[in-house]
Design a protein around this ligand. Structure first.
Ligand code: SAM
Length: 289
């Protein structure tokens, strides 16, 4: 349309010149030509008015979008402060008084409101878990940040997540490392997570629908593994897919009871050591294992 407008506008200018300069042209011819050109000019004006209207709608909608985003970005920064306060409160458990600024930057960047259902969007930046459907939850932001921090991620890492859920944790990981693999057992959640990540341009995350207890052998071994559902034990296939020198965080304990968040480290000889971090409450790791 803009191309046509430019063409028309050029033609109009060019025709104006013709009318003014071709004085030898007959009066009738000039009237006809003038009528023809006026018709073109009014077509041009109509297009101009229409494009002005479209421009107005565009400016109006982008300004209201950025206003909404601004509102959320302030809430997101407030949430980061709540996380920092929780870290201080739990510092004796977690053996640190602050998290890696890179992790906090990621939390301050990922739009959590895009990962929750519309009916809980207004609570997206509260420091608590929220329902995401199918009896599942998006984890508390403090826990997401802490579990991420415990992995000491480096940019070149390849990370496996078990329990995609809303894909919020996967997006946080994707901000920090090269490649993320995530597995979700509930098919509609997995599909939805895939869609959300695609919409938000997280191209470095692969989502698989299946039982994460068995890991993702073809994509492994992994520098880090994060399990976001509670298991009665550390799944042996996940231990097998962790690189020497790698770390895994996993909540271990009984279903629907308080569990212990464990940090599992595999040394360069493949020997495991386990540290209890703090009591947590996660939905169970399901499946037929
Ligand atoms: N990380 C998620 C997020 O950021 O929204 C929250 C995870 S939610 C607390 C736990 C998820 O683990 C649920 O979506 C649940 O369906 C999934 N899950 C449970 N057992 C699983 C299994 N065996 N394999 C893969 N996913 C599993």
């Amino acid at each position: 349309m803009f191309k046509n407008m430019i063409k028309l506008s050029n033609r109009c200018k060019y025709s104006d010149l013709l009318l003014r300069e071709n004085c030898s042209i007959g009066l009738d011819m000039r009237k006809k030509a003038h009528h023809h050109l006026c018709h073109r000019c009014s077509e041009y004006k109509r297009m101009l008015a229409l494009s002005g209207f479209i421009l107005f709608i565009f400016v109006f909608s982008t300004s209201s979008l950025s206003e909404a985003d601004d509102k959320f970005s302030e809430a997101r920064q407030d949430m980061v402060q709540l996380i920092e306060a929780d870290v201080l409160r739990t510092s004796l458990y977690i053996n640190r008084r602050a998290l890696d600024p890179k992790v906090l930057d990621a939390v301050g960047k990922v739009p959590r409101h895009e990962f929750v259902p519309p009916q809980v969007r207004s609570s997206a930046y509260e420091n608590r878990p929220l329902p995401i459907g199918y009896g599942q939850t998006i984890s508390q932001p403090y826990i997401v940040a802490l579990m991420t921090d415990l992995l000491n991620l480096e940019h070149h890492f390849k990370v496996l997540e078990v329990g995609t859920g809303s894909a919020y944790q996967a997006a946080i990981l994707a901000e920090l490392v090269n490649k993320v693999y995530t597995i979700e057992i509930i098919e509609p959640l997995g599909r939805q997570a895939r869609g959300t990540l695609k919409r938000l341009n997280y191209d470095n995350v692969d989502v698989r629908i299946g039982d994460g207890y068995y890991g993702w052998k073809e994509a492994g071994p992994f520098d880090s593994i994060i399990v976001t559902a509670a298991s009665s034990h550390i799944p042996p296939p996940l231990i097998g897919q962790l690189k020497p020198g790698g770390k895994m965080v996993i909540p271990v304990g009984s279903r629907f009871m308080v569990q212990q968040l464990l940090l599992v480290e595999k040394d360069s000889d493949g020997k495991l050591s386990t540290r209890q971090i703090l009591p947590v409450r996660f939905v169970p790791l399901t499946g037929k294992h």
